[in-house]
Design a binder for this molecule. Structure first.
Ligand code: NAD
Length: 297
């Protein structure tokens, strides 16, 4: 069945996601504040609206892919909720903090709509290929209603619980990723200083208890995993600025829940410094060079 989808936020992720909805036969009416993003989306077959409200007014589902929770709440309150027909599905795929996700869902429900938070993992490559992981926070009827749209844009779909649960899963997953990338990078630098080759450490850890995605998919040294960003001078991949943003959300969640977590906040500090020192647009695995520099190499 084809639907009319309003797509708000046609950036690095939203543009290709909207394009995949067009390719699946949906009518997609998009809007972005940046003219360049609007033009690129038009090239993917998206009908470009004059405003977000104009897009939402015609929609069965309003998808948002925005930079932050503040952008999301502003867009919801500013125009989208009031413009959409009653009962519209509001599917937010941005990464925002759990508190903002729940606040946005409450606003949508109060306006008579049906909210879903569904942040993603898989980056621009996954957005282009339609292979994103979606972490879904919604009641069952809303989750069922958005599922066919998510299947177009993603491959691994997990219903994590009610509103906010998708963002909770995202923040926990990315905290594991940030901490594990630092651990893997420290291990390679330590190995170098102990005279161990990269390949030897990889061959052991990849097949034993040190195994993790940061090692076997995004290995921070060139060689063992030819597709990892380390082999192309740390071109992203997943930018340091985004890892820093996600760890900032983890820190907020840790503080608001009183969780006795120490590694997440430390990783947030380390990635904030990496971002400020020039790593913002470099793959997050480039943190290994900061560790080397700090070791006097
Ligand atoms: P981006 O900056 O490329 O795109 C965001 C777009 O939103 C921009 O084009 C901006 O102009 C637009 N925008 C902001 N406010 C708007 C408004 N009120 N109305 C219309 N458009 C508006 O960012 P991105 O990389 O596409 O990321 C989007 C979200 O996805 C973020 O929350 C990010 O954390 C998350 N995410 C990104 C990646 C990634 O690899 N890029 C991976 C997973 C999750």
């Amino acid at each position: 069945m084809t639907s009319t989808v309003a797509f708000i936020g046609l950036g690095n992720m939203g543009g290709p996601m909207a394009g995949n909805l067009v390719a699946a036969g949906h009518r997609v009416i998009g809007y972005d504040l940046f003219p360049e993003a609007r033009e690129a989306a038009a090239g993917r077959g998206v009908e470009v609206a004059e405003t977000g409200a104009a897009a939402a007014a015609q929609a069965d589902v309003v998808v948002t892919m925005l930079p932050s929770g503040r952008h999301l709440i502003d867009a919801y309150q500013g125009e989208l909720l009031a413009a959409a027909p009653a009962g519209t599905l509001f599917l937010d795929c941005s990464t925002v903090d759990v508190h903002d996700a729940r606040a946005a869902a409450d606003l949508a429900r109060a306006a008579g709509h049906r909210p879903v938070d569904a942040p993603v993992s898989g980056g621009v490559v996954g957005a282009e290929a339609g292979t994103l992981t979606f972490m879904v926070g919604a009641d069952q009827p809303e989750a069922d209603a958005v599922w066919p749209f998510l299947e177009v844009m993603g491959k691994n779909l997990v219903h994590c619980g009610s509103s906010g649960a998708g963002q909770a899963a995202k923040v926990c997953n990315n905290m594991i990723l940030g901490v594990s990338m630092i651990a893997v990078s420290e291990a390679f630098v330590l190995g170098e200083r102990l005279g161990l080759s990269h390949q030897a450490l990889y061959d052991v850890a990849a097949h034993s208890s040190g195994q993790c995605w940061a090692l076997t998919a995004n290995c921070p040294v060139p060689g063992p995993v030819p597709t990892s960003p380390a082999n192309r001078d740390y071109q992203p991949g997943f930018m340091g600025a985004l890892m820093s943003k996600d760890l900032g959300l983890a820190v907020e969640a840790i503080a608001s829940t009183g969780t006795a977590a120490r590694m997440g906040p430390l990783a947030a500090e380390i990635y904030a410094a990496y971002t400020e020192d020039g790593g913002a647009r470099t793959d997050f695995s480039g943190i290994i060079n900061t560790i080397r520099a700090g070791s006097g190499d």
